[in-house]
Design a binder for this molecule. Structure first.
Ligand SMILES: Cc1cc2nc3c(=O)[nH]c(=O)nc-3n(C[C@H](O)[C@H](O)[C@H](O)COP(=O)(O)O)c2cc1C
Length: 536
């Protein structure tokens, strides 16, 4: 398997104490990318700005016996799906500046992720099957192409009635403008955040989301229309997810020839240019290396061996949590969290079979959480490890050479594979490794997502690389929601020094790699900013 160019990219895009990965080093405001792609000339279908509801409760979507009954597929439920996953959540302003926030988090708020709906006829929305681009600013769909019921039949064969497909694509330039070479990683984190957001919004409607990962990148480009020539910045198709009233097992696999047929449709609308000029940081070339051929997908070798905990039921509405999610810009350095809340939050990040959001992914969990605990009552400060795939425990124990004998923390439930590696104050290390950002030391805890790196790449090929980041982004979006549900706040941290983190753990080689950081704590609100409603 020819992995070298991709592994070289991974090394070159590491931030180091001595030097950051290659990037512009300043913000060229004249070429700041427009965060909103539009297809001029495409017919627009307005979606409903759905009023907030108390039901379902946030915790219900994680519990099989309280999972909502499937909503009928219609204009209202589709409006809800996008409103709860990829819509605007607020506008912020200070002085003359105004910028939109969204339900899905994005590195630098640059939002490289574009979304497409592929569906059959939907009551109140469309009479013919269509491919439509989601326009978050308008909360509307732009019809890119209509197609025959016969083609929809062939595409959706084996899926239950009421299935829709959501495709995600990345405009790398939006992140490259600010972050240069490292931008590809951030785009893939963001795709993972968006995938998690769609999965959780679908669960709110009683729908099951599953990644259709046998689909190849070039077939997906045909389906979503991103392979159609235009003069705007290119979009790289990332993934296709089915949202269904029930999840068939095995999952149907759309055929390559059916997907390719979409390239011949009459595509409507022309993509806007997002910037007047561009700098090539080589990100498109990296994305090309990581394209997936049509065919077998990564599959879990065994059940994750994890069990769900007894249910918790907090009086927190799912859609309140989803739409109030924000990144903390600073943590207060004082808020503490109770031990049970900490354990509970970690438990939610486990890929318990069938449970959202990781039910959307078919592969064996590849990421583990290295926790730097600062302020958790009943859990002494120190370095901890949550082994998200128990099958990898022995390998992790061998690889992590800078640790005391692993110990189970006090009162830690048997089914939570959490271990204390070192007891000590890790605040200075947390801050230094997170590019000296105080949010990493001023929260209740911060964490590094440590991926089993070489083995999945060697087993599957370069196309597994973005998928490791998707898994990281999904954990991230879930951590944001879990923090909100616990009355706390979180922030994703893409800026960190990779190898210094590996050195803290004493990792000898690239068998495991740190892919993403996060912090959770009590936020300090920025009183200089005004918050305005998302729409109207
Ligand atoms: C992949 C990723 C990396 C991020 N890295 C950082 C970071 O290093 N430092 C930081 O303060 N915020 C970071 N953020 C938070 C974003 O700046 C934030 O999500 C964005 O401004 C949008 O704001 P919102 O999350 O409140 O919607 C990151 C977010 C993501 C998704």
């Amino acid at each position: 398997m020819h992995l070298k160019p991709l592994l070289d990219y991974h090394e070159a895009s590491k931030h180091r104490f001595e030097a950051f990965a290659a990037g512009p080093g300043y913000l060229d405001w004249a070429t700041q990318p427009n965060p909103f792609r539009r297809y001029a000339g495409a017919r627009m279908l307005t979606l409903e700005q759905v009023a907030e509801s108390a039901e379902p409760g946030y915790d219900a979507i994680f519990q099989p016996d309280r999972f909502p009954a499937p909503a009928p597929l219609d204009h209202h439920s589709l409006s809800q799906l996008f409103f709860d996953s990829l819509a605007l959540s607020a506008w912020k302003s200070t002085g003359a500046n105004r910028w939109a926030l969204r339900v899905n988090a994005s590195s630098g708020n640059l939002h490289p992720t574009e979304a497409y709906l592929v569906c059959g006829p939907v009551a109140g929305l469309c009479e013919r099957p269509m491919v439509a681009h989601y326009a978050p600013r308008q909360h509307a769909l732009e019809v890119r192409a209509e197609f025959s019921p016969a083609l929809w039949q062939r595409l959706s064969s084996g899926f239950p009635p009421g299935t829709i497909l959501v495709g995600l694509a990345s405009i790398h330039w939006r992140e490259a403008w600010k972050y240069g070479l490292r931008a590809y990683r951030y785009c893939m984190h963001d795709a993972g955040h968006a995938l998690c957001a769609v999965t959780i919004a679908a669960a709110g409607l009683g729908w099951h989301a599953r990644l259709l990962d046998t689909v190849g990148s070039s077939e997906l480009a045909c389906l979503l229309g991103t392979s159609q020539p235009h003069t705007g910045e290119p979009e790289e198709p990332d993934l296709l997810v089915a949202c269904m009233p029930r999840a068939p097992d095995p999952l149907p696999e759309p055929a390559a020839d059916v997907l390719r047929e979409f390239a011949t449709l009459d595509w409507q609308g022309s993509a806007n240019a997002l910037s007047p000029a561009h700098v090539d940081w080589g990100v498109e070339a990296i994305a090309a290396l990581a394209r997936k051929p049509h065919g077998p997908a990564a599959r879990a070798a065994s059940g994750a061996g994890l069990q769900a905990w007894p249910a918790v039921q907090r009086a927190v509405a799912l859609r309140r949590v989803i739409r109030q999610r924000r990144s903390a810009v600073a943590m207060d350095g004082a808020t503490r969290m109770p031990r049970d809340t900490f354990y509970h939050l970690l438990e939610r990040t486990l890929a318990v079979p069938g449970r959202v959001p990781f039910s959307a992914l078919a592969w064996q969990p590849a990421l583990h959480l290295v926790l730097l605990v600062h302020r958790v009552d009943g859990v002494p400060p120190g370095l901890y490890l949550l082994v998200r795939d128990p099958a990898q425990r022995a390998r992790l124990e061998r690889a992590i050479t800078q640790a005391d004998p692993w110990q189970r923390p006090a009162e830690c439930p048997d089914s939570l594979p959490l271990f204390c590696l070192l007891q000590r104050d890790t605040r200075a290390a947390a801050r230094a490794i997170a590019c000296h950002q105080e949010i990493a030391s001023d929260g209740c805890f911060s964490l590094a997502m440590l991926a089993e790196f070489r083995a999945p790449l060697e087993r599957y090929g370069a196309w597994m690389y973005p998928r490791l980041y998707w898994e990281a982004g999904m954990i991230g979006q879930l951590l944001y929601l879990e923090a909100e549900a616990a009355g706390l706040r979180a922030t994703g941290i893409g800026c960190f020094f990779d190898d210094p983190m590996h050195e803290v753990l004493g990792l000898p080689d690239s068998e495991f790699q740190d892919l993403y950081h996060f912090t959770v704590g009590g936020a300090v609100e920025d009183a200089r900013l005004t918050t305005l409603p998302a729409y109207g």
